[in-house]
Design a protein around this ligand. Structure first.
Ligand code: DGY
Length: 318
């Protein structure tokens, strides 16, 4: 009998589904973001589950998942929606899809850095209000050229961001994290403390995973340490930033601007304060949203499942 795989969304790119169908019986839940309850109704009896970051897999979920589950595979790099220690404690393998999305997310970081620095959102608002250039001081922005760029978390995405920004004549790259990295040396980036990074950087780009150490890392205190001209970019997870502190920093010109692919809450309600601030460029978590990257993520998540079911190491195992 073929192993049974449950796919928890009806909009997963076919690359992964086609791969799974070569060796497994595949069931697809016919809604886009089903609730835990909807998933649990059909999950028992399946050997593997293919999820996205909309589904929380915690101890309660696993208590109701039945006894046949052997692999949990998320089509995302981030895994803050999974209780990884609990999944593994139950002998279930768990995988994710880093690396294949680093380039696409890095492109979004560059896009946000430039848009926030050059005030494109504010300019668009002025056009809509019928305002035209008033004087030569109108809508002046910041440049990457000659700047110091600080990367908080020099993982694969952080490294991909540095590689792209090198083409913009940045004067100095600094980064912070647990320790100095060989990749940092190779990129010519300097390892510094978080405080030094905040004090020195003209651009602060966040690319760390969300965990207990990083949740709420950016608060009043961190924003107050930044330069007045600093452009803050977040492409990782919204909860790394205390939203009220960011709003205060933007409104009171404690920092220059922000570019956000992720927010807390997410999605932002249409009347949310962040959407009313002209020096915040906000987009709806588009980091990995390209045709190629989503296909690659789907394929990798499927390959993780096949490997797990065949008793092989997953491509990217947690
Ligand atoms: C991820 O994969 O974690 C990205 O945030 C895209 O969802």
């Amino acid at each position: 009998m073929k192993p049974r795989v449950l796919i928890t969304s009806n909009d997963i790119p076919s690359a992964g589904i086609d791969l799974l169908r070569t060796k497994c019986d595949v069931t697809i839940i016919q809604t886009t973001n089903p609730s835990q309850e909807d998933v649990l109704q059909v999950l028992p009896g399946h050997d593997a589950i293919f999820v996205t970051n909309h589904l929380n897999i915690n101890s309660d979920f696993l208590n109701n998942a039945g006894t046949s589950l052997k692999v949990v595979s998320t089509m995302s790099a981030g895994y803050d929606h999974l209780d990884v220690p609990e999944i593994k404690r139950r002998g279930i393998k768990v995988g994710h899809t880093p690396m294949v999305l680093s380039d696409a997310v890095a492109e979004i970081a560059v896009l946000l850095a430039l848009n926030a620095a050059r005030r494109t959102h504010e300019g668009r608002l002025k056009l809509e209000q019928g305002q035209v250039m008033k004087n030569l001081q109108w809508l002046l922005g910041q440049e990457l050229r000659g700047s110091t760029v600080g990367i908080v978390g020099l993982g694969n995405i952080g490294q991909a961001i540095v590689k792209r920004l090198k083409g913009f004549s940045v004067a100095r790259f600094v980064y912070t994290g647990h320790s100095r990295k060989k990749a940092g040396d190779e990129l010519g980036a300097h390892f510094v403390s978080l405080d030094d990074l905040l004090e020195q950087s003209d651009f602060v780009i966040v690319s760390v995973p969300l965990n207990n150490e990083t949740r709420g890392l950016f608060d009043d205190d961190t924003f107050n340490k930044m330069k007045k001209n600093a452009v803050f970019v977040n492409i990782s997870r919204g909860q790394i930033v205390k939203t009220n502190a960011l709003i205060k920093a933007l409104r009171n010109n404690i920092i220059f601007a922000a570019g956000l692919d992720v927010t807390d809450p997410e999605p932002l309600p249409p009347d949310h304060e962040l959407l009313k601030i002209s020096n915040a460029v906000v987009i709806p978590h588009l980091g990995s949203a390209t045709v190629k990257t989503r296909n690659d993520m789907s394929f990798t998540a499927a390959q993780n499942i096949l490997n797990g079911l065949e008793g092989k190491p997953l491509i990217y195992e947690l």
